[in-house]
Design a protein around this ligand. Structure first.
Ligand SMILES: Nc1ncnc2c1ncn2[C@@H]1O[C@H](COP(=O)(O)OP(=O)(O)OP(=O)(O)O)[C@@H](O)[C@H]1O
Ligand SMILES: [Mg+2]
Length: 543
């Protein structure tokens, strides 16, 4: 509109001295800019709105998807890269979808409008501009590939920066004792430097491509001016038309510049989009189950179960068979790495690609609805995880969130945690810090036990649940548990054999195979692997 406005302004006022145009010219200018201001606000507002919706929606989808991916996905992927996807790449995608789209729509329509005006004034001259089109297209497609490559490098390096820094921040003690400060610095500097270099490569590409495209357009404009002034074409124009044409040409430069510039944003967005959508394409945990068990007794049977983490790896569990009757306690012992944790992890279907059969109350666990199956378990893992929340909320986590204060207190008493919780500055409302850093190892473990007790599930998995406790607390918890666990099937894993003596059945694992089974007394009498382990521990205790 502004370029078109020049013609009547010049011709009408200077040449024809048209009183109407003279009267209306200032108002028309104000109108054009008012329109521009209003549309600028509206487009800016709605584009930001769209952009923020893109960010929140995709972030939500990504996070929800991440929560539901199978455990094997977490084993294989680096958390730094996943976090970067959520924080950094989502922003890039949104920027491409909004700012990129805005420039694309706005500037392409500006370019088309200006070209249409120029074609209208003189199609012969304007053809020269159009001839530059293919040249510019070749340049753009060449730099686009480079942009995308550097954007991928930038995204990967941001992921590495996240990964290395979060690792370093989580291990302040090890870093100090083992003089890791220099190594961490070096590790960090490498990725930080890589990030800078990738950024600079992208900037250089951007800075080279922009003036190049600009220059090509300028050449076209120079040719136009040359032809217009030399071929007498200029005589066809009124001064107003010529000025209008020249303004349109000049106004063309800015959008063309922005269009080349925005390419880098668009390509980053495309690279981010590829990563984001490929994560979303990962299948979430498959729920093959159809059955809904109502009253679970807790009979468990393993029938020749074999399992390997990785297709190409070797079997971590080899043909494991055993039965646990409802309400019984079964204990697993064996060397570190013999497959005890792996075995119990199959029960709630943390990994579901095992061979053989695994039955709960006679039903294959793959036929039971996943959430129904998991409701039947309570769990204290080998690595305790606490959330950055109060002690009370850590005990009453997830499905127990509506547990009464009294129930939480009873669970804490049974887990031998009540005394120390009461001594904390705010009792159950004390915040435990990130992963419970403000508590001792044994305190964390007792909170995890209280959580497992509160869950009140028919089957309990205790993977080294009392390993961080002193013998006295352990004994106290054992006696409290033995009352609570009556009638519940319990899987216990312990290196300290004194804690499992009372189990109904003890299974000794060696490299994923069962080598012995029986009660404590029977196994001692057998003088086999268990008796040997036992002797070793008691010799150590004696000395
Ligand atoms: N997520 C995983 N991905 C691949 N391999 C794994 C994974 N977890 C464990 N392993 C491997 O499986 C084997 C058994 O590990 P598992 O954790 O079951 O041993 P464990 O008997 O519980 O040992 P510990 O007494 O030390 O806890 C080990 O050799 C280990 O390297
Ligand atoms: Mg283990």
């Amino acid at each position: 509109m502004f370029a078109g406005y020049i013609k009547p302004l010049l011709d009408g006022t200077f040449m024809d001295k048209d009183p109407d145009i003279i009267r209306w010219a200032p108002f028309a200018l104000l109108f054009i800019f008012l329109l521009r201001g209003i549309s600028g606000f509206i487009s800016g507002y709605y584009l930001s709105l769209v952009g923020r919706y893109v960010v929140t929606t995709i972030r939500r989808q990504l996070f929800h998807h991440l929560l539901c991916l199978p455990l094997s996905y977490y084993d294989k992927n680096n958390s730094g890269q996943l976090i970067t996807l959520l924080i950094f790449q989502v922003e890039q995608l949104a920027e491409a979808a909004t700012k990129g789209l805005k420039v694309l729509v706005q500037d392409i329509s500006t370019v088309i409008g200006l070209l249409a005006l120029m074609l209208y004034y003189s199609w012969e001259l304007t053809l020269v501009v159009l001839l530059t089109g293919p040249i510019i297209a070749v340049i753009i497609s060449f730099v686009s590939k480079r942009f995308r490559r550097f954007s991928r490098q930038i995204q990967a390096s941001v992921g590495d920066v996240t990964q290395i820094s979060s690792e370093a921040l989580a291990a302040p003690r090890e870093i100090r004792i083992f003089e890791g400060i220099d190594d961490e610095k070096k590790r960090f500097n490498v990725v930080n430097e890589r990030n800078r270099r990738s950024f600079m490569k992208r900037v250089v590409t951007e800075l080279l491509s922009m003036p190049l495209v600009h220059f090509i357009v300028a050449i076209a404009l120079a040719i136009i001016i040359y032809i217009a002034t030399h071929d007498g074409l200029i005589n066809q124009f009124t001064p107003g038309t010529f000025m209008s044409y020249m303004s349109a040409m000049m106004l063309l430069l800015d959008p063309v510049k922005r269009l080349t510039q925005i390419n880098s944003t668009l390509q980053s967005g495309i690279a981010a989009g590829e990563n984001i959508f490929s994560l979303l394409d990962n299948e979430t945990e498959k729920d093959t189950g159809t059955q809904q068990l109502k009253q679970v007794k807790g009979d468990i049977e393993f029938k020749q179960v074999a399992f390997r983490y990785d297709e190409s790896g070797s079997d971590t569990l080899k043909s494991v068979s055993f039965k646990v009757k409802a309400g019984q306690k079964i204990a697993f012992v064996g060397q570190s790495g013999s497959g005890k944790t792996t075995l119990v992890n199959l029960l709630p279907r943390f990994y579901n690609y095992y061979k053989g059969e695994l039955l709960l109350d006679g039903v294959a666990i793959t036929d039971i609805k996943l959430d129904n199956l998991r409701q039947q378990f309570s769990y204290v893992g080998q690595d305790i995880t606490l959330f950055n929340d109060s002690v009370g909320n850590n005990i009453a986590y997830g499905k127990m969130r509506h547990a009464s204060k009294e129930a939480i207190k009873q669970a804490a008493i049974a887990a031998h945690a009540f005394a120390f919780i009461e001594a904390l500055p705010h009792g159950f409302d004390t915040l435990v810090g990130e992963n419970g850093t403000l508590l001792s190892g044994g305190q964390k473990q007792r909170i995890a036990i209280a959580r497992a007790i509160l869950a009140d599930a028919p089957i309990l998995i205790l993977d080294e649940a009392t390993s961080a406790l002193d013998t006295q607390s352990e004994k106290a918890i054992q006696s409290a548990l033995s009352v609570l666990l009556k009638g519940r099937t319990t899987f216990m894993i312990a290196h300290r054999l004194s804690t499992i003596e009372s189990a109904d059945q003890i299974i000794v694992l060696e490299q994923g195979e069962i080598v012995e089974r029986g009660t404590h007394q029977a196994l001692l009498a057998k003088e086999g692997a268990y008796a040997k382990l036992h002797r070793l521990q008691f010799d150590r205790l004696d000395s």
